[in-house]
Design a protein around this ligand. Structure first.
Ligand SMILES: *Cc1c(COP(=O)(O)O)cnc(C)c1O
Length: 445
């Protein structure tokens, strides 16, 4: 059935949505006794109602056992992180031995660059996307300087074409080929945080490796959002945070993928710590480091059990729901949000009076609300970024005061993430009503 901008349509879609019952299993911030329209799961996912119990269990075991909890807790802390390898490998398309949950995202990115950015005199460049998430830019530049190179020269950024917002995959591949004698590493955000564009990770990996480079991805906006096949795509390494689509709580523990082919390779250096050491002899406390044969070799410290407990609560939900169901609904829900925004644009363009006010700084073919996320559903997941020519902040502030929690990015972009696990078609419909009432206050809505 074609999308319709009516409450009846949205309610019907919710009534037949197999995932709708999950909505009640999350805490929503409230405004005027109503759930807010929460479109910021791409920044901090909502709290599952089960999370508290997972954490309380560990606090109880700590109270009961003290240090003995390492062995006697219901889930012994010594091996606490091990429970993630199997379920998380399904989320990112990996083998369990390729996964380790540890630290936080930017820390892991730096650690992985220690292993996988090994510049030589002639092959020292890193290719990334222009306007990558700032933390990634800082990490990459700091690694380049650490090795004695100049970021101006050593970092190649692939930018959108003039007048466009997203990057053509062909342009990335062309840049790889052009620099094939000098690139050491390709490091890209699998899903761009700003536009929501999903890159062709398989093609980029293939082209990068053909050019002799190592290929890694930051999957902060991809893990738990898009279908990934890291192992089969032959990606060298990847890392992600767990507090965005993976709903594991503010600053929660990060995830790492290291391809099997890169495990047990003595030529790949790493920073080491005792939790990466052979388990059988770890507590002999001997001098020589004997790395584990899995991605755990990169784990340095013992597990932060409290934030891992929150991660476990979330991963159990992903186990039950499965990525296939999430991706299926995300496509429909994001499509619905796109439709609603286009529908409001049509009214705006018809509405001469609002067009003539000075607020329209620029008119595009889309109208005031320019969607900068790819229109192609294969190149996006659950995010629509709206460029609101000159009215972004005003619009964003009003949306917030009306109970819409979206995300603001300078200079004029509002990012909205309708998350399939807990957002509904009615959320999207109500968002449209609020948006329209702000932009067209006299339109009788
Ligand atoms: C959210 C995000 C980060 C945040 O890094 P932390 O180390 O978790 O603070 C880094 N990179 C990208 C691409 C992100 O989307």
């Amino acid at each position: 059935m074609a999308y319709q901008n009516t409450l009846e349509y949205a309610s019907n879609k919710d009534a037949t949505d197999p995932l709708i019952s999950w909505r009640d299993k999350f805490y929503f911030p409230m405004m005027n006794n109503k759930k807010v329209i929460y479109f910021t799961g791409n920044s901090l996912g909502l709290q599952p109602k089960t999370t508290q119990n997972y954490i309380i269990n560990e606090l109880e075991d700590w109270a009961t056992f003290g240090v003995e909890g390492h062995l006697h807790a219901r889930k012994p802390w010594i091996s606490y992180h091990e429970q993630f390898a199997a379920p998380v490998s399904k989320i990112v398309g990996a083998n369990p031995n390729e996964i380790v949950i540890m630290n936080q995202l930017t820390v892991n990115l730096n650690l992985l660059l220690v292993s996988f950015y090994r510049p030589t005199k002639n092959r020292y460049k890193i290719l990334c996307e222009a306007k990558a998430f700032p933390s990634d830019q800082y990490a990459i530049a700091s690694q380049v300087k650490f090795h004695g190179f100049n970021p101006e020269d050593a970092i190649i950024e692939v930018a959108p074409r003039d007048g466009e917002h997203c990057i053509h995959n062909e342009d990335i591949i062309e840049a790889i080929e052009k620099n094939k004698n000098s690139i050491a590493l390709i490091m890209i955000g699998g899903v761009n945080y700003y536009t929501g564009q999903v890159f062709n990770m398989k093609a980029i990996t293939e082209a990068g490796q053909k050019a002799g480079a190592v290929v890694g991805f930051d999957l902060a906006h991809a893990a738990g959002n898009v279908k990934l096949q890291l192992h089969d795509w032959n990606v060298d390494f990847a890392c992600w945070c767990t507090y965005k689509y993976l709903n594991s709580g503010p600053g929660s523990v990060g995830g790492v993928f290291i391809h099997e082919k890169n495990l047990n390779n003595p030529d790949i250096p790493r920073f080491a710590g005792w939790w990466g050491h052979n388990k059988a002899t770890r507590f002999k406390m001997e001098k020589e480091f004997m790395p584990l044969e899995t991605a755990e070799a990169w784990q340095m410290s013992n597990a932060p059990v409290l934030s891992m407990a929150a991660h476990r609560a979330s991963i159990d939900i992903f186990e039950e729901v499965g990525m296939d169901a999430l991706v299926l609904k995300a496509e429909k829900l994001t499509g619905y949000l796109e439709f609603i925004i286009d529908d409001i644009n049509k009214v705006l363009l018809r509405d001469k009076s609002s067009r003539e006010t000075d607020t329209f700084k620029k008119e595009t073919k889309d109208g005031l609300l320019e969607i900068i996320t790819p229109r192609d559903k294969n190149q996006r997941a659950c995010q629509i970024s709206i460029l609101a020519h000159g009215r972004g902040k005003e619009l964003f502030d009003k949306l917030t005061s009306e109970g819409v929690i979206a995300d603001w990015r300078e200079p004029n972009v509002i990012r909205c993430a309708p998350v399939p696990l807990y957002n509904s078609f009615e959320d999207v419909y109500r968002f449209g009503i609020i948006l329209k009432s702000i932009l067209l206050p006299n339109d009788g809505v």
